[in-house]
Ligand binder design. Structure first.
Ligand code: GLN
Length: 470
């Protein structure tokens, strides 16, 4: 398993060429996984011709298909965007290009990012590279399957309630959701604007840190992006012994016993480094899923109102203006997105807003306050990433509530705007499982450094090698 700096070293010595690496990655695209909606070989080769000295020179990168690359279709895995070719690139894409990164393709997702399994795509489900009968997690499942199967060195996803971290957990990878405002959302198709962040899925913390260094920072095109200076995320080697890590008891209930013991093993190992732990309580954890549902559906219903068959995307002509909109939207969206638009419209309606949306907004503030209070006692939180390993394809597609269950571990960080990272904790049978570190706002360096500490532990290196060797 090579890191990005190791590839750069090999390029310098001439032991591998960027063209050779790209060819290898292209060969590893496995059609049966269905990780890609569009493969952009030509764009990647064009990228190689640019003579860059950047941190990502010659590194093949996969991009979730809700992030715009100029001139390449953006589908959001939806029929409603059929034929849409964005005339501009997302800020993150421009920054990667400036640093010499090359784009190998656009990856599959749950339509508009709404799901936990990458099964609800107009382009069919993505499969887990460890076991093709299992889901890769969602909604950035294509981005995780691409990295896990070796067709990309690193990828971008988006995380509204856990969509970068859940697939990282199920596919044996490191997945980072940065603090709200750390990374520009300009050019990311909006789902829940107060929750969305572009995230990174990589094979190790070093690669994720380098990518974060490239994409993070203020962007005048996104008014919610922060002006706070970015840290040096490529140096993750220092973790102070004085930090304290909290174990929130609520996160360890209703989880697979194998998940419990894997995360406890991570705790034991970190403890051996002289770092202390403390039990803490986050009593509002049980409200995370309903609160997340109300807020994200409300925002989605508003954000998705623009797909009307008039301005762009799919159009089905009807008998009147309204009939055209109705027919276009009916033909354009899959059932889960329609369900969320209906529920979201309801919770914002005048008869329901006080009881649903406003109440959820209030509970969101309580959840945030509770995190803030706990972060006065401890510096980080260690939790499971998902309650179970990857589940079978088809198991939850008819049960939207059960599909939301893994969000209990992840959506709290979105509601409170906190940075969180998932990394491999071990294997349960043939399936990987992750742990999660949640940090204080803008402490991406701290959470990634803890992951780095764990990665360096023997025999953990061996496990990681087994999980993700090329
Ligand atoms: N699983 C969550 C949902 O279904 C999270 C999605 C996401 O983060 N984009 O909404």
């Amino acid at each position: 398993m090579k890191t990005i700096p190791e590839y750069q070293e090999l390029f310098k010595k001439g032991e591998i060429t960027p063209t050779g690496l790209l060819t290898n990655c292209l060969k590893k695209i496995n059609p049966s996984l269905n990780a890609y909606i569009t493969v952009t070989e030509e764009l990647a080769r064009k990228g190689l011709k640019k003579d860059s000295k950047g941190k990502l020179r010659g590194i093949p990168i996969a991009v979730k298909d809700n992030i715009n690359i100029k001139g390449v279709p953006t589908t959001c895995a939806s029929n409603v965007l059929k034929g849409f070719i964005p005339p501009f690139s997302a800020t993150v894409i421009e920054r990667i290009e400036k640093n010499g990164g090359i784009f190998i393709g656009k990856t599959n997702l749950d339509e508009f990012g709404m799901g936990s399994s990458t099964e609800r795509s107009y382009y069919g489900p993505t499969k887990n590279p460890f076991d093709e009968t299992k889901v890769p997690g969602g909604s950035s499942g294509g981005s995780a399957a691409a990295v896990s199967s070796g067709s990309a060195v690193i990828s971008l996803g988006s995380d509204t309630g856990g969509s970068v971290r859940q697939p990282a957990s199920y596919c044996g990878l490191v997945g980072l959701k940065p603090t709200y405002g750390r990374v520009s959302r300009y050019g990311l198709v909006a789902f829940g604007s107060s929750l969305d962040q572009i995230g990174i899925i990589g094979r190790n913390s070093v690669d994720v840190g380098i990518m974060l260094e490239v994409i993070a920072g203020y962007d005048p095109k996104d008014s919610t992006s922060s002006k706070k200076e970015i840290d040096d995320y490529s140096d993750l080697n220092e973790v102070s012994k004085n930090i304290k890590i909290g174990i929130p008891e609520e996160y360890f209930k209703h989880i697979d016993p194998g998940v419990h013991s894997s995360v406890m093993e991570i705790k034991r190992r970190i403890e051996k480094e002289g770092i202390s732990f403390k039990s803490v309580s986050l009593p509002t954890t049980g409200y995370i899923i309903p609160t997340y549902q109300v807020i994200s559906y409300a925002e989605a219903s508003s954000n998705l109102a623009r797909y009307d068959g008039v301005r762009y995307g799919l159009r089905k002509n009807g008998e009147s203006f309204h009939d055209t909109i109705r027919k276009s939207r009916d033909a354009g969206f899959l059932p889960e997105v329609k369900r969320r638009i209906l529920v979201g419209t309801f919770v914002l309606s005048s008869e329901a807003i006080a009881e649903y949306y406003e109440r959820a907004d209030l509970i969101r503030r309580l959840i945030t306050q509770e995190f803030n209070e706990v972060f006065r006692e401890v510096d980080y939180l260690l939790t499971p990433a998902t309650p179970t390993p990857a589940f079978p394809i088809g198991e939850r597609t008819d049960d939207p509530i059960r599909m939301h269950v893994p969000d209990r571990m992840t959506a709290g960080a979105n509601l409170a705007g906190l940075p969180a990272v998932v990394a491999p904790a071990g294997m349960i049978g043939n399936l990987p499982i992750g742990y999660q570190i949640i940090g204080k706002p803008f402490d991406e360096k701290g959470i990634l450094s803890i992951v780095r500490l764990v990665e360096k532990m023997a025999p953990f290196e061996g496990f990681l090698k087994e999980v993700r060797d090329e």
